[in-house]
Design a protein around this ligand. Structure first.
Ligand code: NAP
Length: 283
């Protein structure tokens, strides 16, 4: 299946794909690595936490996966250049880039410290754009590449009390669309993944723990495991956009596009209280 789909898109694809995963040390990124390690990929693990990365690298190597850990702060442009260099020195190519590193930023907007705003944008959006800028020339020479950007349902409709976070994720969605249009003809696909709340670890799980409240059913939810499975599917098939959530959110966004005021009212009715609690971290 893997070979069939990948080979259909490009004649120059190696047996083992080399994958950079940012935000590999925890949550969804870690699960992506564990999943891909079982499926014949070479991995380049990037995040800031040296201990967690080293531990994961040891675990994956033990299981037979070729992988390296490269401590990286994606908000530091020099570190991103170094990451690509280390990956190329070791594996000689980069087939898949997974821009997964991200931080949440739920707060009363006008109480947000400026450095938190900048850190969120640099981590979630600027870092992904700059890293992609370093990787695309390599993929062009290869005639093959997959770029997978981890956005969020928050990028499809900016959440109250999460305007900055939503802006970075909406930015990733538009970035992916533009990039995809430009690169499809040279064998490179860009895919954006928009998960709903993952209830088994990760940024939203932290919010749920802090507030003591589960997300309302109609806001939808998913699991980090399902998101990791979606990433693997994106590598195989290179689709434009995947919204990973149950109940499905796409019909709600479609309704909101056709009836903006009513759509907004419904979305706020379902989400406002939860996000206000997330912003104030009140139980
Ligand atoms: N979990 C959800 O419900 C959910 C829903 C929608 C979208 N998402 C998105 O999915 C992605 C992963 O989220 P998660 O829930 O797995 O979060 P998480 O458990 O908090 O993990 C975030 C990862 O990003 C890394 N990271 C943070 N800042 C970084 C930086 N400056 N440089 C390099 N790495 C950095 C962290 O590693 P270090 O701290 O070691 O650097 C960690 O590995 C994020 O982009 C998030 O916005 C998550």
């Amino acid at each position: 299946m893997r070979e069939a789909v990948v080979m259909a898109n490009s004649p120059s694809v190696p047996e083992k794909l080399t994958v950079i995963v940012t935000g590999a040390s925890a949550g969804i990124g870690r699960l992506i690595c564990l999943r891909l390690a079982k499926k014949n990929y070479r991995l380049v693990l990037a995040a800031r936490s040296v201990d967690k990365l080293t531990h994961l690298q040891a675990e994956l190597t033990e299981s037979g996966c070729e992988c390296i850990a490269v401590p990286t702060d994606v908000a530091d442009p020099n570190a991103l250049e170094a990451l690509v260099k280390v990956a190329m020195d070791r594996f000689g190519r980069i087939d898949v880039l997974i821009n997964n590193a991200g931080i949440e930023c739920f707060a009363v907007f006008d109480q947000l410290p400026l450095d938190q705003i900048l850190q969120t944008i640099e981590t979630n959006l600027t870092g992904a754009i700059i890293l992609t800028r370093h990787v695309v020339p390599i993929m062009r020479i290869q005639g093959f590449g997959r770029i997978i950007n981890m956005a969020s349902a928050a990028g499809k409709h900016g959440p109250a009390f999460g305007a900055v976070y939503g802006a970075t994720k909406a930015g990733l969605i538009a970035f992916t669309q533009g990039l995809r249009g430009e690169l499809l003809r040279v064998g490179i696909t860009a895919t954006v993944i928009c998960p709903g709340f993952a209830t088994d670890g990760g940024v939203y799980d932290e919010i749920i723990k802090a507030t003591g409240r589960k997300t309302p059913f109609f806001m939808g939810a998913t699991t980090a495991q399902r998101v990791a499975a979606a990433v693997e599917k994106a590598i195989l098939t290179g689709p434009p956009e995947m919204i990973i959530c149950f109940p499905a959110l796409r019909p709600i966004f479609l309704f909101r596009d056709i009836f903006p005021r009513l759509g907004e009212k419904i979305i706020l009715a379902v989400t406002f209280k939860f996000f206000r609690r997330a912003a104030t971290k009140k139980k």
